[in-house]
Design a protein around this ligand. Structure first.
Ligand SMILES: *Cc1c(COP(=O)(O)O)cnc(C)c1O
Length: 422
């Protein structure tokens, strides 16, 4: 199936007389005739549901659709994008381990890595997404377990050279984890370029309507954990908390990563998505391919307008000719990148805040990638915990306005920007 058909059809095929839309299994628990049957589920010896903290049928159908969209072998939903990135990294890196990450990433992810996971004993080295192969090489340590980056970084809009990062990761025998939130699998499928694990904040384009916070993880099934059993003991040696199951042996490369994340991390941390939210997420996915085209069309038109306007200091939009990341965007996402445009208004930080206050259609929100156009000043909101130096490394200047084109008509968005600039 091509991508649009997958958006509409994947994940659920009803049998004769069954509901056409995916059922919301709004139940915490599942009934069994004997304790012995349930014991098999607890031991991962048979497939089935017993408690929604671990798995729920509605969530699994939607996760299967996202896995199909990314071209992966297995997927799972989480309660948020934050949980998805935490699970993706913590599933293979724990206390005493090290991870190489692009410095140009979402502010919440940066804080998760640099502060909270560091407190848990996981060390991160941040590298510029534009680093040379030598600089990237120098960031690795003997205890490095993964490499992390964002396809299109939020809000800096840098484009990750996925092949460069995958090459370095694989040369060191570790997987590349890519947060594909902004591009979505409609515009880029990182597995096709060498990424091994993909994460999403489904809160953004996948939901697309500002309805439910959520996240997802997908495994490509390509990374050969068993080639480096001493590096990935959690996947390649018996899990005593699951009666000695060895995930790679029992579930193979296609299933080991997601089964471990479900059986251990979801069991212990419990960041499950509610089945009701998964249902809303699926409604969003059904039109993802149609909406992304419009978000990108509006993004391109708004970026072109801003670029030509003398009241604007600078514009960043990966699909805009002349953009620093234009060549990478053309390579990895030739059909369009996203609907988010970053720019600076002449007059700096103060002018940016004044301009945003004058917008009538675009609302000031801590949100992005929504049907309704929204805008944000990262330096005073999402990234306010960062020092100027950290802001610079994350590609966020103090005057940066993040403008997320919704699904309205581009003429109206441009007229609104024009009057606010005036
Ligand atoms: C929003 C976002 C996150 C965090 O997702 P939540 O659903 O808000 O927890 C992670 N990565 C990227 C790229 C994001 O845009």
């Amino acid at each position: 199936m091509s991508i649009g058909t997958t958006c509409v059809q994947a994940g659920y095929t009803p049998g004769n007389g069954e509901p056409r839309q995916i059922p919301i299994v709004q139940s915490t628990t599942f009934k069994y005739a004997t304790g012995a049957e349930m014991a098999k589920l607890f031991d991962l010896e048979s497939n089935g549901y017993f408690y929604t903290r671990l798995q729920n049928p509605t969530n699994d159908m939607v996760a299967a659709k996202i896995a199909a969209l990314e071209g992966g072998t297995a997927g799972m939903l989480t309660s948020s994008g934050q949980a998805a990135n935490f699970y993706a990294v913590f599933n293979i890196a724990s206390c005493g381990d090290h991870v190489v990450s692009s410095s140009s990433i979402y502010g919440g992810t940066y804080n998760l890595f640099a502060v909270t996971m560091k407190r848990m004993g996981v060390d991160f080295t941040f590298v510029s997404p534009d680093c040379t192969e030598d600089e990237l090489e120098a960031a690795f340590r003997p205890n490095t377990k993964a490499v992390f980056g964002e396809t299109i970084a939020n809000p800096a809009l840098t484009v990750l050279d996925i092949e460069k990062f995958a090459r370095a990761a694989h040369a060191h025998g570790v997987p590349l984890i890519v947060d594909n939130t902004f591009a979505t699998p409609v515009n880029c499928r990182p597995f096709e370029w060498g990424a091994d694990i993909v994460t999403h904040s489904t809160t953004k384009y996948m939901d697309g309507h500002g309805v439910g916070v959520g996240g997802a993880l997908v495994d490509s099934g390509h990374f050969d954990w068993m080639k480096y059993p001493e590096r990935f003991p959690g996947l390649c040696t018996p899990d005593e908390s699951y009666h000695g199951v060895t995930y790679t042996e029992r579930f193979g490369l296609a299933g080991a990563f997601i089964t471990k994340a479900t059986a251990q991390l979801m069991r212990d941390f419990g960041s499950i998505q509610s089945p009701q939210n998964a249902f809303y997420l699926n409604l969003g996915l059904e039109s993802l391919h149609v909406r992304m085209a419009r978000h990108c069309e509006n993004g391109a038109k708004v970026a072109a307008f801003l670029k030509a306007d003398p009241r604007v200091a600078w514009v960043q939009y990966p699909s805009l000719e002349g953009d620093k990341y234009y060549a990478l965007a053309q390579k990895y996402m030739p059909n369009g990148s996203c609907g988010v445009v970053s720019f600076g208004v002449k007059g700096g930080r103060e002018a940016a805040e004044r301009f945003m206050g004058r917008l009538k259609i675009a609302a000031i929100e801590t949100h992005v990638a929504d049907a309704r156009t929204c805008t944000l000043h990262p330096a005073s909101t999402t990234h306010r915990q960062m020092s100027d130096q950290e802001l610079a490394a994350a590609g966020v200047s103090p005057d940066l306005v993040r403008y997320s084109c919704g699904l309205e008509d581009a003429e109206d968005l441009i007229a609104d920007i024009d009057q606010a600039l005036n």
